[in-house]
Design a protein around this ligand. Structure first.
Ligand code: SAH
Length: 241
């Protein structure tokens, strides 16, 4: 089956599986709701993401509010976008994929490393997770915190810091999502993962090959890693900015 047909079929199946009355009603006065639903159907559901909570969150969070004003028209495209300081908001599919991979459930305590715009944090919060997020650029951390408050995600805790060291005062976490590429898996993050917990992290060189890795900690504290897919992320930096 060719890819086009695969997509068409995916949309058809989705239309069957999710009756219109179960879809979230577009927010009042949200001119981009239609673009967002189309993004989810074409780029996310049709590409194999099936976790209900993840899809619902991707249909709900107003992604255009997380990009600079001049990129609003491209907010729902199938690509990352610049957010300043050489950083980017990840491609929608990657955000959904990482969210699905941690199996988000209400009440789970989740650490995100690399707040950026705050979009991934809002998606996690929308699934009912309790979110702690760390950003190395003070200006991005401040802007993300204000944006999250304004959009109603005031439960998300934002900290300016170096995510290599995690958030020891709030550890352990049910899941950890790292949204910048590391040369190695930071040992503090492994320590701060609960037994039974899951971490997704891009690992690899800045300009070379990176792989998204799933780290699973079993109930006796042993970890296993699995390669998920090749990705391209901005680097995990050191030194506060
Ligand atoms: N999750 C973000 C995308 C972030 S891009 C979003 O949804 O918009 C990666 C982010 O990681 C950038 O904002 C970058 O400044 C930040 N970052 C890089 N190294 C870091 C570190 N050591 N600790 C915390 N944040 C870091």
């Amino acid at each position: 089956m060719n890819r086009t047909l695969g997509c068409a079929l995916g949309i058809l199946l989705l239309a069957e599986a999710v009756p219109g009355n179960l879809r979230p009603a577009p927010r009042q006065g949200d001119p981009r709701a239609r673009e967002r639903l189309e993004m989810v159907e074409k780029q996310i559901a049709a590409q194999g993401i099936s976790d209900t909570a993840t899809l619902r969150a991707m249909r709900t969070v107003p992604r255009h509010e997380f990009v600079p004003e001049r990129y609003r028209d491209r907010a729902y495209g199938d690509h990352p976008l610049p957010i300043g300081y050489g950083q980017t908001i990840s491609q929608p599919y990657i955000v959904a994929y990482m969210t699905e991979m941690i199996r988000p459930r209400p009440g789970m305590k989740v650490l995100e490393v690399g707040t950026g715009s705050g979009y991934q944090a809002a998606i996690l919060a929308e699934t009912g997770c309790e979110v702690y997020t760390i950003e190395i650029f003070r200006a991005l951390a401040t802007a993300a915190q204000e944006r999250l408050r304004r959009l109603g995600y005031q439960s998300v805790r934002v900290r300016h810091g170096d995510g290599h060291f995690g958030w020891p005062e709030e550890a352990p976490f049910d899941a950890i999502v790292v949204t910048a590429a590391a040369g190695y898996i930071p040992p503090d993050l492994i320590d701060q993962l609960k037994p039974g917990g899951r971490m997704v992290i891009p690992v690899g060189s800045v300009y070379g090959v990176q792989n998204l890795i799933l780290v699973e900690k079993d109930p006796d504290g042993k970890t296993r890693t699995r390669n998920l897919l090749p990705v391209r992320f901005v680097p995990l930096l050191s030194g506060l900015r």
